[in-house]
Design a protein around this ligand. Structure first.
Ligand code: HEM
Length: 262
């Protein structure tokens, strides 16, 4: 199976906590030789700094630990702010740490390429609150996610992916931009499979968690040439609960897209 086809495991659509092991340095190091990604990050961070990066006081020691790792292990220059780090790292990054009750809370980060959410609305909140808008996610996975984060082993990047379908190639899908969701009539060459490649890395000195997100966009007519992706995506679209399709902004088009996939 190709890596992209693994986004669509056999069976009906469901949220899952499947994690692979990877190298933190491999995930965070620069890959984009064109400089386009860092250029766009710098643009958003300069244009509206408070919208795309933020740090609560509880996040300061977490940032310092990430900065240390970045310099020693990932070959990054020293930075002292979320804005600085956000401009030199290609992936978005978020910092979490447990509160007095053990619940993980979002303490800060740089998020230039959000998939439809705003950092300022989630900052300081627990992961359960953050995931509360995703229909069915907490009942299925809140407890396994908490267990997993509590026991996170240092030195490893635990990798997972989310996917969606967008009507444009914009990396930055911040809600304030109000980019249109896919509408009828659909054409596969005007739709993109948006993949969020995610990495969870323990910060052993502070007890925090670094959450990295890299966006990849694939035009749907191109990925649909792979028979496994075509059938897997079709199965996911058809079997997805209605409220999940609405959350993913695919309710108007999913039947038509599934039809085009054969
Ligand atoms: C192992 C852990 C995690 C799992 C299994 C998980 C799973 C998911 C899933 C399935 C979605 C729905 C995406 C979709 O289908 O379109 C989602 C959304 C989201 N997750 Fe997670 N997640 C995890 C960790 C995290 C962490 C550490 C953060 C840190 C802030 C986070 C923040 C979010 C946000 C902001 C959304 C979008 C919510 C919105 O639309 O407002 N997740 N997550």
């Amino acid at each position: 199976m190709t890596p992209l086809a693994e986004l669509f495991p056999a069976g009906d659509f469901r949220f899952h906590l499947t994690l692979r092991r990877g190298e933190p340095a491999e995930f965070f190091k620069a890959r984009d030789g064109s400089g386009r990604v860092l250029g766009e990050r710098a643009k958003w961070l300069a244009e509206t700094p408070a919208r795309y990066a933020a740090l609560l006081p509880e996040g300061e020691p977490l940032l310092a630990e990430v900065d240390e790792l970045g310099m020693t292990d990932w070959g990054l220059p020293k930075t002292t702010s979320v804005h600085g780090l956000g401009a030199v790292l290609e992936p978005d990054f978020l910092l979490l740490s447990p509160d007095a009750t053990g619940a993980f809370r979002l303490r800060g980060g740089a998020l230039c390429f959000p998939t439809g959410w705003a950092l300022e609305e989630k900052l300081g909140h627990t992961l359960d609150f953050i995931h509360g808008v995703v229909p069915g996610l907490n009942p299925a996975l809140a407890s396994p996610i908490h267990q997993f984060l509590t026991k996170l082993k240092p030195g490893v990047a635990f990798l997972r992916d989310n996917w969606g379908i967008t009507a444009d190639e914009e990396l930055n899908q911040h809600p304030v931009r109000a980019l249109p969701s896919p509408v009828l009539p659909v054409a596969l060459d005007r739709l993109w499979l948006r993949v969020e490649h995610q990495a969870l890395v323990a910060l052993p000195r502070t007890g925090g968690v670094l959450f990295g997100i890299r966006i990849a966009l694939h035009r749907l007519d191109q990925v649909a040439q792979d028979a496994e992706i075509r059938t897997g995506l079709k199965r996911a679209l058809v079997s997805m609960p209605a409220e999940v399709a609405a959350y993913k902004r695919l309710d108007a088009v999913r039947a038509s897209v599934a039809g085009l996939l054969g």
